[in-house]
Write a protein that binds this ligand. Structure first.
Ligand code: NA7
Length: 545
């Protein structure tokens, strides 16, 4: 059995950055990664058309000024292969591979009383004082629960398990199941070369134009000069994007001016139309209906067949209450004669067959089936590892009524387990959250080193207070009334059928303020055990800063 100071699970952006920081503390670290390379989300999601919806330069790591100047993003919203090249460059620069074991799927992690024992799929066991999960918020992919799924004889893929060599669609009959952010990116790309495409849509989403473009030399120079200001801007906004809500309420603005504002947002690149809209867009029902009506008119203008246009306009939720897929000529795909849209709510898929699939109405034949059916979000990746804390407590069981955390990074009953993208962390522009969480965890571990502390755990009352705050932040959000991974719903997963307050919906600055307050207060919300002392009641032991 090998021994480390810390084991990090996952070599995506969070695992990579945490490894860099823990080396600076002089810790002996091992990263276990199921894939054969670094990159996490950008390693696994190789489906055609995968790309950023956040501006490339706002998404990259900010911690290394030299890297910021060295790396030149080619497009405002970079495609997946470029992002993976970027992350490989980071790994190379910091020589990360020497501490990462690839093809290493973590099956279980058990707290031993002193630290953690981790078992891999190959049966090997490894021990460490700290367990750091860097397993992503959207990484546990889910296939649909449809009978016969294993019987299809042609190639079929979940978008998050795309073959590295790619797929040729020319002349092929292709099915895409699912129309979330991933399905939309896939559909608009596959439609360019496909023989015939059939899209199975259960719930339409409100999609808006990405307006991607190449970065000119002039823009590149401006971007590189402006990094400090740009990251400062990200630090101020609600979700760390370059865009943030307009301070006005919808109906405080005269109708004509409102329409002009929406037209401008619709014609602008990126998430502005979603997160840069009037501040009551997702809390005021009438405001949301007005905005939804504007987007519906856009869809009607772009889709030639009015019947298809109506099928593509969501009727059960308002604009922005689920993740808004960003698109490039997505709606125009449905004007192609070789593309068909099937309403999977009206006629659900009943069976996957050796040659295609069946609905209650029809049998379809396909050469390729693509499952763009999403992820068991936020807690799914935790559920897939047998994590057991103090006295054998199972994390899955502890969280069966919903995850309970302190700032998304610690859980009661799981000493020395630190979560980098745990539930209830600030989401939005994910790498900005990752960098903050890594810095916070690193500062905590440095504090423990400096004070000779062996164990840390969230105090029950601190978890309770944080959970109250998470609940309060979600009050009044129209998104609470809609099924999606935002509300912890995934129809393909047992136990994920009903809506919960699954994520933190406060602002990123408010989230960081909590983190700062905990650190500045000498970590009074955490219970520590001194290095050579016996394990005492975590609720009563505490060491001042
Ligand atoms: P999403 O947004 O969860 O979308 C999954 C899609 O798959 C969605 O349209 C589902 O319909 C559909 N789905 C799932 N199961 C079925 C079955 N059985 N039949 C028909 N359709 C089905 O996942 P994405 O990968 O697109 O995006 C996830 C996040 O990754 C995204 O938000 C970005 O932040 C990055 P439903 O809506 O449930 O009716």
């Amino acid at each position: 059995m090998s021994h480390y100071d810390a084991i990090i699970v996952g070599a995506g952006m969070s695992g990579m950055y945490q490894l860099i920081r823990l080396r600076e503390l002089g810790m002996k670290v091992r990263v276990f990664e199921a894939g054969t390379g670094v990159g996490g989300t950008w390693y696994w999601n190789r489906y055609p058309g995968a790309r950023f919806d956040s501006e490339s330069y706002s998404y990259g790591f900010s911690f290394d000024p030299e890297l910021l100047q060295e790396w030149s993003w080619s497009e405002h919203f970079a495609p997946q292969p470029e992002t993976l090249r970027y992350l490989n460059r980071v790994a190379e620069k910091y020589d990360l591979h020497r501490d990462i074991q690839f093809n290493a799927e973590v099956k279980s992690a058990h707290f031993t009383g002193d630290g953690w024992k981790v078992t891999l799929a190959d049966g090997s066991t490894h021990e460490a004082r700290f367990l750091i999960t860097a397993i992503g918020a959207l990484s546990a992919h889910t296939l649909p629960r449809i009978e016969g799924i294993e019987t299809f004889q042609g190639p079929s893929f979940h978008t998050a398990r795309w073959p590295k060599e790619g797929i040729d669609f020319a002349g092929k009959r292709v099915a895409v199941i699912g129309t979330g952010a991933t399905g939309v990116q896939t559909i608009q790309e596959v439609a360019k070369t496909v023989g015939h495409l059939t899209v199975f849509q259960r719930t339409p989403n409100w999609c808006t134009p990405l307006h991607n473009s190449r970065i000119t030399e002039e823009e590149q120079a401006r971007i590189k000069l402006g990094y400090p200001e740009m990251f400062a801007r990200c630090a101020e906004t609600y979700a760390c994007f370059l865009h943030t809500a307009d301070p006005r309420n919808t109906f405080d603005v005269p109708k004509e001016e409102r329409e002009a504002f929406w037209e401008k947002l619709y014609a602008s690149p990126g998430f502005g139309i979603w997160v840069g809209n009037f501040k009551d867009s997702y809390t005021d029902r009438a405001a949301n209906a007005e905005l939804s009506d504007f987007i519906a008119r856009k869809i009607r203008a772009r889709v030639k067949d009015p019947r298809i246009a109506e099928m593509l306009i969501p009727k059960n939720h308002g604009f922005g209450t689920r993740r808004v897929p960003m698109e490039t000529r997505y709606y125009e795909v449905y004007n192609q004669p070789n593309v068909e849209l099937v309403d999977s709510k009206a006629t659900p898929i009943t069976r996957i067959t050796p040659t295609g699939l069946s609905t209650a109405e029809r049998d379809f034949e396909f050469d390729i089936i693509i499952y763009a059916t999403g992820f068991d979000g936020l807690t799914g990746a935790f559920d897939r590892i047998d994590i057991r804390g103090r006295d054998g407590l199972s994390l899955k069981q502890a969280w069966s009524g919903g995850a309970r955390t302190l700032v998304g990074m610690l859980a009661e009953g799981f000493p020395n387990m630190l979560m980098l993208l745990g539930p209830h962390t600030a989401l939005g522009n994910i790498p900005r959250s990752i960098e903050y969480n890594v810095e916070w965890v690193t500062a905590l571990l440095a504090h423990m080193q400096a004070h000779g502390l062996a164990q840390v755990e969230a105090r029950p009352e601190a978890v309770e207070a944080w959970m109250q705050h998470v609940m309060e932040c979600s009050i009044g959000l129209l998104a609470n009334e809609v099924d999606s991974w935002f509300t912890g719903v995934n129809k393909n997963v047992e136990g994920r059928q009903t809506r919960t307050i699954a994520r933190y919906s406060g602002s990123a600055p408010a989230y960081r303020a909590r983190g700062e307050a905990i650190a500045a207060g000498g970590y009074a919300e955490l219970a520590f055990t001194p290095a050579c002392g016996s394990v005492s009641n975590p609720a009563s032991s505490s060491v001042p800063a």
